[in-house]
Write a protein that binds this ligand. Sequence first.
Ligand SMILES: [Fe+2]
Length: 154
Amino acid sequence: MNYLGLKPSELESTVKELNRLLANYQVYYQNLRNYHWNITGRHFFDLHAIFENLYNEAKVNIDEIAERVLTLRMKPMSTLADYLEHANVKELSTDDTVEMVQSILSDHKKLISNMRDVLEIAGKAGDEGTVDLVGSFLASVEKNSWMLDAWLAK
Ligand SMILES: [Fe+2]
């Protein structure tokens, strides 16, 4: 048992998923920055602001995930090269507004799936702290997905 009363051997798979979530979040964050900067057209004002809200939320979550890994006494993935190698969220550049929103919604799907994996593995390890943290992210990403999906509806 470690200083939190958790078995280090059981934490390894949780940390692996948390690091994958960190990598996914970092690429997602940069996609949002890209769209925040490069959006043009009639939806400039609303989406420029929405992308900023989303990347600010992502920035906070990224730090919380890395610090959770440290709290579990393991190392957070920390280089851009590692993020790009391990993330299944991919970089995308587009000038098309609808494609921007669709791509962010698709990134959300990958984040949600990754979060559910974290919840399952951390739950089995009795790591309620991680479950609580990632569970709060999950509900928020789901709510943000609803709004993007509503924006895309005809
Ligand atoms: Fe800005």
